[in-house]
Design a protein around this ligand. Sequence first.
Ligand SMILES: Nc1ncnc2c1ncn2[C@@H]1O[C@H](COP(=O)(O)OP(=O)(O)OP(=O)(O)O)[C@@H](O)[C@H]1O
Ligand SMILES: [Mg+2]
Length: 337
Amino acid sequence: MAKQEVEAKEILEFKRLKVKFAIHKQWLPVVDEVDLKIHAGEIIGIVGESGSGKSVMAQSVLRLRDHGTAVSYEGKILFEGNDLLQSSLSQIRDIRGNKISIIFQDSLNSLSPVHTVEKQLSEVITLHKQVSKSEAKKQSMEMLHLTGIPDPSGCLKKYPFELSGGMQQRVMIAMALACEPKLLIADEPTTALDVTIQEQILRLIKNLNETMGMSVLFITHDMGAVSKLCHRIKVMYLGQIVEDAETEKLFETPLHPYTEGLIGCIPHLETERGNPLPTIPGTVPALSEIPKGCHFCTRCTYAEECCFQEQPPMIEAKQDHFVKCWRYDKFADLKED
Ligand SMILES: Nc1ncnc2c1ncn2[C@@H]1O[C@H](COP(=O)(O)OP(=O)(O)OP(=O)(O)O)[C@@H](O)[C@H]1O
Ligand SMILES: [Mg+2]
């Protein structure tokens, strides 16, 4: 899609979004002052290791974490001019599946095992559109066809457990797209699938983005997948965005040591047999052990004294390329030496 088209209109905006959970009587920030904009037709990728807060952030949009956990929100989530954090749950319900759809990590758990694909797909359509049962069935078939399911009418009669993982994920995508949402949130939609099916699902999302102009928030820890699909990437670590740039720029000149680490972990065909894949040292700290300074300082091989003392601000280090690191320039120099 042309860049001008992508930049035309804002669909969703986070303004200093903060999500805290009450864990062991302490309010801990899982999403920490995140700013984000998605324009019409744009695919934004969110990458980061397990536990960085990607799913909590994505699910806040539809307030899916409001039940069962003590949660507090600060900041704004603007969609069509309304702040979703101030909207009532019935207003949010109208938006869910209609204007904003979400596909989860594990599709089989999200589909009901006791209803056929037809029942589940038609229900989504009749819930949001004034259409007859037979029209809903026709539209269900069309959606399944669009996702590349070979025998849509046969698939409608099946129960989810009769389908392969790839087929289930396609059914989830068909359900998510049935009401032609303006925004699709895809939370690790390919994690549980084998490599060929992963490729097909990524191609499908790209096609739908191009043909329907649908914006996508694509969440993953797979750097290979974001590089193929996304216009822009935001790197998330311990609840914060630490780097933000167009995909090409981010891969060509990563400015944050964490981003470089993630890119370094992508397996390459030419990696010599027997050589272990590089990894980022250590693991993501627990929320109760977030470092005082830069969140990444305890794992960063470039960290200096200042990195342990104070959090760096997010700055525009290069044109339209943002980074949250005290040492990004020294880090870049060190790499060139
Ligand atoms: N209901 C909850 N109560 C308390 N803590 C939670 C809850 N849900 C998530 N967390 C914590 O919030 C942090 C972020 O979780 P989240 O699921 O958003 O991570 P993620 O980046 O999506 O990871 P993954 O790549 O494994 O899906 C984790 O430390 C997790 O333990
Ligand atoms: Mg997740």
